[in-house]
Design a protein around this ligand. Sequence first.
Ligand code: NAD
Ligand code: UDP
Length: 314
Amino acid sequence: MKKSLVTGGAGFIGSFLCEHLLDAGHEVICLDNFFTGSKKNIEHLMDNPRFEIIRHDIVEPILLEVDWIFNFACPASPVHYQYNSVKTVKTCVMGTINLLGMAKRVKARILQSSTSEVYGDPEIHPQPETYWGSVNPIGIRSCYDEGKRVAETLMMDYYRQNNVDCKIIRIFNTYGPRMNLNDGRVVSNFIVAALKGEPLSIYGDGDQTRSFCYVDNLVDGIMKMMAKENFVGPVNLGNPGEFTIIELAQEVIKLTNSKSEIIREPKREDDPVRRKPDISLASKELGWKPTIQLEEGLKKTIDYFEKTLTKEAV
Ligand code: NAD
Ligand code: UDP
């Protein structure tokens, strides 16, 4: 039984992580500033005596005694991380320093949720962990991409300099229930639009690709990484199935039986052209690979959004 701190625990991935840890018998402190997270995501956990919630911003230091730290606090949708880009950098850099300081003080194990964005607009395909990336340091995505890269640097320096028990995962586009209706990322945008009979907007020509991982598979990978001894990473966690954004739009329209049309909007600045994880390292070190493919994961997610929209309409 471990005492875990999940920062960003009221967000999409963090809430599943809190739930999973409680189910496994651990104690969980969910820390969140509720910028993109919501109490609704964790309300079903609130009666559990092993669950606590703290409203706090990781940019400010905090003193807690825990065994495991999962750092998931950071807006992940471009719409939200660009809303206050300076704050995004502070969250990635000062927030990670604060949590590393905590890990050092109480000798906790700390896992950083890094991202496929550290590869930027990749020149190598699929992307292995050995690839250093191609990131614009001064663009509109840089607050997140470079913020997460510095967070990785900090993790490695605390590991080398202070022997902190650090772990880094690079998450590729993950989707599932509990994404916000207004999250702004492609899967939730398309599903919500299709269910409302509104047009699905494709940014650019729609030939750009992404690899979509269902959240349950990701949480399984996170837990395997946290339990693994003597393995810092970074390790890619993602589903290698690669789809163009047009293919995704067509699949969502088919699965929702929607009459929505597909429309074009201008390409977003610095939008990566393609992305697909090489997961050989995760497979070798963690024995992990995703099992839920796009159609099955989309059906579960559509089901969630259908219920959420019905509740909103009442
Ligand atoms: P999300 O926006 O749903 O969750 C982020 C959570 O962090 C929210 O609850 C938000 O309120 C909280 N938060 C933000 N800034 C904070 C701060 N300064 N202090 C305290 N709490 C703060 O996003 P998500 O998809 O659940 O992503 C969670 C983590 O996983 C993020 O760090 C993100 O970078 C990483 N990640 C996600 C994906 C993905 O596809 N979902 C991919 C790569 C990396
Ligand atoms: N995208 C789109 N329509 C939308 C939202 C996103 O065409 O309504 C595109 C976006 O330009 C990008 C891809 O879908 O090429 C994935 O975008 P998302 O914001 O989900 O994640 P990221 O770009 O960070 O991978």
